[in-house]
Design a protein around this ligand. Structure first.
Ligand code: AMP
Length: 371
């Protein structure tokens, strides 16, 4: 797996397969053109490697030239094909064989045909290394191709993602695993909310804090808020049915999210099971549970400090805090085994500067993405 800019790509076509495909094209062209001296016209930028290896595989006299077009921006074709370097001179009466790295929708081919239609070439042919035959518009019959591929975004061997990846010897395809769903795990005060606010920006995730949703409901005087307050004020957990339903609603409000950070949920085995079942029903899954570890004395100090600033009643009383820890030890701590059994439990040291802890978490997340 390799990373280019923000995306991950996995191996798709090996160097050996590429070379075999080029040899196949060169042999076919050689049969058709050995009696003359064709001009091979490479389409820049993507085709530079193909042109180079093709010429090495082509056994008869030939000339080479280039045109330069641009149509891709990022992951999807813009559809606008510009000419940046025009047709070579003195091609009248000659056979021209275009060498393209990849043909997909056919917009570039169309532009090339336009470009060469005013020239009095003897013959005009198109050879492409990669050919997305399923999406090709078919207006012009491609004369030679190396490897047919499905409509996947690929990089390497001249092809780029925002200019990176052209130097790779093999071809890689975009790893479509976009979604990352994380559970941030840890005692009250461990820094779950603080870290979630950094991670959600960094990885474009939706942050759901059940504590925040409860507090929002309390502030707005909703029925849910009134119910939750009676438990929160004692440092107890709100009943599972209520919390699970609320969490599901929050996920459903965000159908386009590219992933979620669950903060403060699940807090009981029943919640963890309900979360798994719910995510399976949506073809989603938890990728990792990451625990922020810190000892009770550090946490109590942090919570009392936070209580002074935030005004959160449950952070202002040491007994209430200790009660929340007891709830955690009894009901939430067993989740470590639950996620461990699924091979998803990771733990990081939650003591240190905010940035250091973010980097520790990022390291775990990036290892996940690289799988
Ligand atoms: P937090 O902001 O995560 O520390 O949550 C504050 C309080 O909200 C907790 O002490 C619980 O009373 C309640 N709460 C938050 N999340 C949950 C949950 N998943 N299950 C039950 N109660 C919760």
């Amino acid at each position: 797996m390799i990373k280019l800019h923000d995306k991950y790509f996995k191996p798709f076509i090996s160097e050996g397969e590429i070379m075999a495909a080029i040899k196949k094209i060169a042999d076919q062209v050689a049969v058709d053109y050995k009696k003359e001296t064709p001009i091979f016209v490479g389409v820049l930028n993507g085709a530079f490697m193909f042109v180079s290896d093709f010429l090495k595989a082509y056994p008869y006299p030939c000339e080479v030239s280039f045109v330069r077009l641009s149509s891709y921006q990022g992951l999807t074709s813009t559809g606008i094909v510009e000419t940046l370097l025009d047709v070579p001179e003195n091609i009248e009466g000659r056979s021209v064989i275009i060498l393209e790295d990849i043909i997909d929708t056919g917009r570039t081919v169309k532009k090339l045909i336009d470009l060469f239609s005013n020239t009095k070439v003897k013959e005009f042919k198109v050879a492409t290394l990669f050919y997305k035959s399923e999406v090709y518009n078919g207006e012009y019959d491609i004369d030679y191709f190396g490897i047919k591929i499905e409509d996947k975004f690929i990089v390497g061997y001249g092809l780029d993602y925002n200019e990176l990846g052209r130097n790779l010897r093999a071809v890689y395809q975009l790893n479509q695993k976009h979604m990352i769903n994380l559970v941030l795990f840890g005692k009250p005060g461990a820094g779950k909310g603080t870290q979630a606010s950094f991670l959600k920006e960094k990885y474009n995730l939706k942050h759901i804090s059940t504590g925040d949703v409860f507090r929002y409901n309390i502030k707005n005087g909703t029925e849910l808020g009134t119910l939750a307050k009676s438990y929160i004020d004692k440092g107890e957990l709100v009943p599972d049915e209520v919390t699970i339903k609320m969490l599901q609603d929050e996920v459903e409000k965000n159908p386009d999210a590219s992933g979620f950070i669950f903060d403060g949920f699940p807090r009981t085995t029943a919640q963890a099971k309900a979360l798994d079942d719910f995510l399976i029903s949506k073809e989603m899954r938890i990728d990792a549970t990451i625990a922020l570890e810190a000892n009770d004395e550090v946490l109590i100090q942090r919570l009392l400090e936070r209580g002074k600033v935030s005004g959160r009643s449950d952070d202002q009383d040491e007994n209430m805090i200790r009660n929340r820890f007891d709830e955690y030890n009894e009901k939430t701590a067993p989740l470590k085994d639950y996620y461990d059994d699924q091979g998803k439990f990771h733990s990081v040291n939650g003591i240190g500067s905010i940035e250091d802890i973010t980097s520790r978490l990022a390291k775990v997340i990036e290892e996940l993405q690289a799988v």
